[in-house]
Write a protein that binds this ligand. Structure first.
Ligand SMILES: Nc1ncnc2c1ncn2[C@@H]1O[C@H](COP(=O)(O)OP(=O)(O)OP(=O)(O)O)[C@@H](O)[C@H]1O
Ligand SMILES: [Mg+2]
Length: 341
């Protein structure tokens, strides 16, 4: 069996009256890809913050490479090779690819001046290691989300990552980009780096995970090799409910609740029409930046439509602000929960 890199025993964490983690045990082995799954609010981010030293647990023990660490903090965690990539990647849009990749190294070696030529070489070396191809001199603000993520991954390599944790890394990627990311993560795994991914999308978990840990309500429900799980077990442990994979048939009645006619907003979407009946579940899909999210923003009055018509129960209405939308009893869960929600 592979060596254990990290071991958590009976980790508790509470925030005032909220018990976010209730006695979680977790082991992460060197050179494995470990998925951490759980519904919203189950404690995934809190657990990551305990591992990265950002939160001190209320109770419990932490061992890194067999050594008990009493007061883990972010600096000690980094010294032990623990690197976390959060959803915003923590990169500097106004710096170049090379500068972003090399910046931590400069900070951690205590250099007062940045050696930019060295930075370029470091960056190229890191990209070579993961097989990424980017111009080191381009500003990060001009990169796609997927490439920004590559920059963040390169930076963890420069910092000698032994455990790389990624919080929902696939949320903003196209399926092709997800495949590219997985290739890179497998490459890191083959070098002996432990990779932990937070993800709860069933298909993605089954594709990439070698081991799986499921959290629910602050408790660890199970850990096991991925082949010990099937879809039913996964969904059942995640939700605590038995969900059969039967086909959901919405009860749709004939009366129309909402209709959009030829709605447009410049640079976002053009000439979109659809109609929703009572009980409808309606999906809008498209790649990132295709305008799919902007339709929601527009109908909720954040960036209103500029032409076209909107009808609510047959009556034409105007939505020019979020107040208008709320007044018409429209509710919105935005794509970017963290900042817009
Ligand atoms: N700093 C905090 N102060 C108070 N409560 C918190 C804090 N951080 C997290 N919590 C609470 O702890 C619980 C677990 O939250 P956590 O963010 O770890 O969940 P999560 O699994 O990452 O969820 P998500 O999928 O939404 O990211 C939630 O009830 C949350 O409200
Ligand atoms: Mg979270």
């Amino acid at each position: 069996m592979a060596e254990t890199f990290l071991e958590l025993k009976d980790i508790h964490k509470s925030f005032g009256g909220v018990q976010a983690l209730k006695g979680v045990d977790l082991t992460i082995r060197c050179g494995e890809i470990h998925c951490l799954a759980g519904e919203n609010g189950s404690g995934k981010s809190t657990l990551i913050k305990v591992i990265s030293g950002a939160h001190e647990p209320t109770k419990g023990e932490i061992y890194i490479e067999g050594e008990r660490i009493l007061h883990l903090n972010p600096i000690i965690a980094i010294e032990h090779g623990i690197q976390v990539i959060y959803q915003d990647f923590a990169i500097f849009p106004n710096l170049t690819v090379a500068e972003n990749i090399a910046i931590n190294r400069a900070v951690s070696t205590g250099a007062k001046l940045m050696n930019w030529k060295g930075a370029r070489e470091l960056a190229l070396e890191a990209m070579e290691q993961i097989g990424a191809k980017m111009d080191p001199d381009v500003l990060v603000e001009n990169l796609s989300v997927a490439n920004r993520q590559m920059v963040a991954i390169c930076r963890t390599i420069i910092n000698d990552a032994k455990l790389l944790i990624l919080d929902e890394p696939t949320a903003a990627l196209t399926s092709k980009e997800v495949q590219k990311l997985y290739t890179i993560l497998r490459r890191l795994r083959d070098k002996g780096i432990a990779v932990m991914i937070v993800n709860h999308k069933l298909d993605e978990v089954f594709e990439i995970a070698e081991r799986l840990t499921i959290l629910r309500n602050g408790e660890k429900i199970s850990t096991g090799m991925i082949d010990e799980y099937d879809r039913n077990r996964f969904v059942k442990e995640l939700t605590g409910r038995n969900i059969s994979e039967s086909f959901y048939e919405p009860k749709v009645s004939e009366d129309e609740i909402f209709r959009a006619e030829n709605i447009s907003r410049k640079g976002a979407f053009e000439d979109v029409s659809f109609s929703l009946k009572r009980g409808d579940v309606f999906g809008i899909t498209g790649l990132l930046d295709s305008g799919r999210g902007q339709i929601g923003d527009a109908l909720f009055g954040i960036n209103p439509i500029q032409s076209g018509k909107i009808f609510l129960q047959g009556k034409q209405i105007e939505i020019n602000s979020t107040e208008d939308a709320v007044r018409h009893k429209i509710a919105y869960v935005p794509e970017d929960r963290l900042t817009q929600g």
